[in-house]
Design a binder for this molecule. Sequence first.
Ligand code: ADP
Ligand code: MG
Length: 320
Amino acid sequence: MASEFDLIRHHFSRPTRHTDLAGGDDAALWQPTPGHQLAVSTDMLVEGRHFFADADPTDLGWKSLAVNVSDLAAMGVTPRWALLALAVPDADADWLAAFADGFYACAEAFGVDLVGGDTTRGPRNLSITICGEVPTGAAIRRDGARVGDDLWVSGHPGRAALALWHLRDRLPLAADHRDACLAALHRPQPRTALGLALRGRASAMLDVSDGLLGDLGHLLDASAVGAQIDASRLPDAALIAACGDAERARQACLAGGDDYELLFSAPLAQRDAIAALGRSLALPVHRIGTLTAPAEGLTLRAADGTNTALARAGFDHFTA
Ligand code: ADP
Ligand code: MG
């Protein structure tokens, strides 16, 4: 059986591009860009909780890094360096090679150097720490939203939930939408280009990992505002086309997790610029509502103008 060091050398020692000293020593060394802040974040994926034992290892490699890249995108931060702490039950060379391929595919796509990590035997667990850079003061935090700002979301939140229901509960999906849903679940695309372009435009932002309403709650809390979501503006047409069920599509869009789209607020003066940005990135951005006074809480406005309160603690209704 390969030793721990053979395993690291073989699978996790590809060349780096912007690191002075990567894996092999007791610590990695790099030069931060002058005038920038470092941003750091970590995320853990646990077998049985975040992924199934038989999950495709290449997809898992991609996703484990992608969700970390997404956290930086959600603050307008350029991803640069990552550390991989890996527990695996055995040194299964095929599994490790496939995992490394997915991981490095994501690293290359987003300009990330793998600079070190830790490897141990144990129940499969993938813990990644990512570090990125942002011009000092330019990061987009959760606490900058103002009453009257527009609320926006990128892409088609809900696709990953439809894919999960398809795989787990045999929810039928239209053939021409199935691949897009499965890709959203297995190969989430961090919205880094959008996140960076929103610096100086968005007032607050986060990525949707646990469901649009749940994550919106974090932004509303941090910024001390309420929100009114306009039901007719939710980007659920593609979801309805996929599953043929408007109510399911609504549930997936508002409460489905794992899509890693960006949810952000911006002043009205930014409307045209943000719409143009979406077109130039070929990534749809949807203006789904307005931020309100905190006392108004979180409401959903139907096409007929009626408002329904969405109780913060009452989202169970949407979880399937
Ligand atoms: P130490 O005992 O000094 O903590 P380790 O034996 O844990 O060092 O790791 C040896 C080297 O290999 C270190 O530079 C570490 O960063 C790197 N490394 C260990 N595991 C991984 C991994 N999964 N991916 C990338 N680099 C790794
Ligand atoms: Mg170590």
